[in-house]
Every structure is written in structure tokens, then in C-alpha cells.
Design a protein around this ligand. Sequence first.
Ligand code: AGP
Length: 608
Amino acid sequence: MCGIVAYTGPKDATPFLLEGLARLEYRGYDSAGVAVAGRTGGIKVRKVKGRVADLAADIPARFKGTTGIGHTRWATHGVPSDANAHPHLDNAGRIAVVHNGIIENADELRVRLAADGAVFRSETDTEVLAHLVAAHAAEGGELEDAVRAALGKVVGTYGIAVLDAEQPDRIVVARNGSPIVLGIGEKEMFVASDVSALVRYTRQVVHLEDGELATVRADGFRTFTEDARTTHRQPSTVDWEIDSYDTGGYEHFLLKEIHEQPGSVERTLSGRLDERFATAHLGGLNLDARELREIRRVKILGCGSAYYAGEMGAQLIEELARIPAHSEPASEFRYRNPVIEADTLYIAVSQSGETYDTLAAVQEVKRKGGRVLGVVNTVGSAIARECDGGIYLHAGPEISVASTKAFTSTVVAFALLALHFGRIHDLSPADGRRIVSALKALPGQIREVLAQGDGIAALAAEYADSTGMMFIGRVRGYPVAREGAQKLKEISYVHAEAYPASELKHGPLALISPELPTVALVPDDELLDKNLTTLGEIKARAGRILAIAHRRPEARLADHCVLVPKSEPELDPLLLNIPLQLLAYHAAVALKRDVDKPRNLAKSVTVE
Ligand code: AGP
């Protein structure tokens, strides 16, 4: 999704802008641009459809300025093109704007501005902002007042950075639904939509709140509200390691992040297991035992893989705490006027903490008086701030568009929550101990699966040329099948469909043929016999089968098998999912896909 960077200080802004934009490439984009201003010469702009490297190649040596803004665009209004790329300028070339989000009343504003003489050079909603700010700046006064006045006329979501040729010592930024982070340097200031763009320059950051603006100068910043009241913000320190933002010798971020899972799971568990009482401690829930006992239902909300991790979480909560739990796509929930119940606990799941659909779902629950916990990876993110409490994953930054280590850590966080809930309800100490030991064993067991990478790569190469794949699992295995199919689709572009194994005979069995292989989740649990019967039904229709199992099925039932170590049945899904991550990764590599930046997708979806 779109990215923003900005700089003001004593140095030339361009190198930081280009490096910052390159750091944001992982979020997905189709064009890039920069604008700089200095004490002389107005605003210089360069923007191109294509990669940040194309932009860098297009920048002449004389392109210099001590204050600048940059952007990577992911098209929403208008096709990817040089003209539609940001920054956008007003007609006099005084104001330059970069923008993430959507201006909903752009058409109406465009008509009014055109009537006043503005000439539009792009199809974007953002360009109206440049003309609007310029119209107010022409009245005189401070840039921040012109930006506030312009935003007062705008309906929509935005993170923006604004540059003024006549006030080149500052940038004005604003946030409403799309993140903006200020980075505090030594007599220089940085701005970005994501800390990964500025973490090499400073660890001291301020996350703007929705409805907040800031004027940023080399010697500091001032934050204020849309009605000009000053706000007081204390910087926080980014504690993620800088090398999390590099591939660290791996060919792709995705492979690195898959291999980081033993460590990221250890961090999610760290300090949270209580062996004495066979439970888990979760400091940030902000709910005492009495309040937890009053909860009658759990509703989990997330999008994409976060929603599937929520499905695994719901099963863990039902099985261990015996509280009815259900996961729903936040993107649907927010639009269906949901009934919010006082004795339901709502849980929002998000790696980035910035997914707009999930944030809007949280706001809908809170507006109706519900209580929401967050299961979030990014500390200080919008969703984390909006929730009443929650669990941080501590999985470390996830750069690749496909979620892997955050997915696994989310399921681990749900296991901790389910254990905590369960031990407050009726889960016996013996069952609590069983889950505690299984959780402790997970990092080592994940390592065992990862050690099979070469074998899984060979299987992936064999299956990658299929026109499609079926993923099946029963009960605990079904969310694994859904996540496995999603991962394969998004990075290899091979069509994949997930079905409950029990439902196959009610329709999709008609699809089974040698051309449509099946990935079958076959755990050694109480449903093993049922799963083996389904494998027999597929083989009877000449379907090829790759089984992910604890015990190798008879050769007549599966063409190939990946064995995973056995955990406790409630936690088996987590380990069964790891080979599917590797399968998707190696299929994408075999098909020569852009693994970390799949087509049409963005790392965090901050628009509706
Ligand atoms: C995961 O592989 C996907 N790229 C996507 O489904 C993602 O999980 C979803 O967009 C939610 O993102 P979030 O966890 O940052 O909210």
C-alpha cells in the first residue's frame, strides 16, 4: 500500500527520501516520486510509474533541497502513471502533497476548485488537496493553518505530508486513518508512514493520533488538533532490531521470516507461562478473573490470514475454556450493523495494527459500548491504541507481504489466552500442564519441520505446475487448509480452494481428477479414520494427494507425505501449517514469482 517519507534538516533530503522509499517497497506500490525544496529555487519534483530504482535513475545531480517529501503509490483513483504518481502540485508550483488514503468528496471538491481556476493534471483524489492547501496558503499565514483549513473541507481518510516553497524550513503532516510517524534526529527530523523507513536514522518516534497534525522543523516538532489545540506527545523508542529489516543472507524476506519462527514463538511465550498454576499470565488484558468469568462469548475479528488465525484461536478458546467463540472477517462485520453484546468479548487480530477494515470494526464495537482486546504485532499501532487491552505478539517486524511468523505467533497468543481463560473456568491443572509443556516444546518442533525444507521444495516444484490445488482439513484442520490455500494463492498465483474434508462429497468431489491435486491435513487425532476415508474417496477418482500428517498413510492413500511432529491435539494445527508455508514459498520460487511483493497486493491494507 502507499508509503510516505519526509525529511527536514541540514542535509540534502534526497538520499534519505530514496532510501526510505526503497525500505517501503515491501508494502506494494506501482509508482514513486519525490519533491524537495531549499532556500532558493522553489519545489523540484520527480515522479515515475515503476520502481524506486527507476525514480533514482531519473534524478539529476542538481536535484537537491534540505526539506523534502516522497511517496510510493498503490493506485486507487486513476491508473498507475507518471501523472498520477505523487507528489502533486498546485498550479503555481508552491504546494506539494503526498497522501495515503482516500478523499471521498474529491469529485465535488474538484468541481469547485476548477470553477475557481484550478487546472487538474491527474486523475487522483490527492491533487485536490494540493489545490485546496494552496488556495488557503494564498491568503497568507502559516502553512499549518492552510493545511488545517483544507482538511476541514475534506471527507475521507488520510496520512499526508505537505511541502511549501515559501516556507521551506518545515513539513506539515496530518493523520486520519492512515499512519504517520515522526522520527526525531539530531537537529534533523524524519517522517514516514511506517517505522521501517526511518529506523536506521533514529529510534525515537512519535505516532500521530487520528485527527492530529504536526509541524516538523529541523529542530523539533509541534503537534496539534484540527481545531488548533496543541497536544503534548512523548517520544517512544523503537525496540525492534535493525537487522529485522534486512534479508540477512536469505534469498527472500519470506524465507527468512518462516525460519525465524522458533525465535518469534519463543518471544511470544516469553515470561507468560506459569508452571506452578499451569496457566498463562497476560499482563495487558486489563480484565481481572471476575470480569473474565462473566464473558459468555468471544468474537474474533481480523482480515485474511489474521481472520484464519482467529479461526484457530476460536477453536482453542472453545476447546480449552469451553466458551463459545467464533472468528469473522472484520471487513464484513463492520458493514452488517452487528449486534454488540455486553457479555461478549471482542478480539481484533492484526499483524500491522493498521488494517483499515479491522480498525473500523474495532471502532464500531466500541461505539456501541463493547469491549475489545487486540492481538497485535506492531506496538503503538492504531488498532493497538484503539483497543481496551490485549496481547502483543513480539514476533518482530514482518516485511514480506505474506504473513507467516505473525500468523504463527497469533495462534500461540490465542493458545495462551485460551489457557488463561480455561484455568479460570474448568480446565483441570493436569490439562493446563499438558498445554504448558506442549507450548514450551513448539520452538524445537518448528525447527524439526523447517529442517525438511529441501524435501518440501522438491515437492513444491512437482506440484507447482498444477492449474489449481484443493486443500482439505477436518475441524481443527480446516483453518489450516484455508490458510494454506491463501498462502499458495497470494504468492504463487496458483488457484487454490480450501474445503472441510467432510464437505468434499457434498459437491467439490466433482472437481477431483489427476489435474487437481489435493493437500490433505491428516493429524493423528480422533478424526484420523474419517480423514483416511476421504483420502480413499479422492484416490478412487484418480486424484493426487500430498498428505501433511503425523503418521505416513498407506501408499495407496497418498502420493507424497510430509511428516510433522505431534503436539497436543489442540496445538497440532499450528505445526501442520508450517509445511504449507514452505510449500507456498517454494512453489512461488519455482514459478519465478516476486515472492516478497506479490502482484496486486500490499503489506497493510490501509484503505477500505
Ligand atoms: C497474509 O498473508 C495476507 N497478506 C493478508 O491476508 C493479511 O493477513 C491481512 O491483510 C491482514 O493484515 P494485518 O494482520 O496486518 O491486519
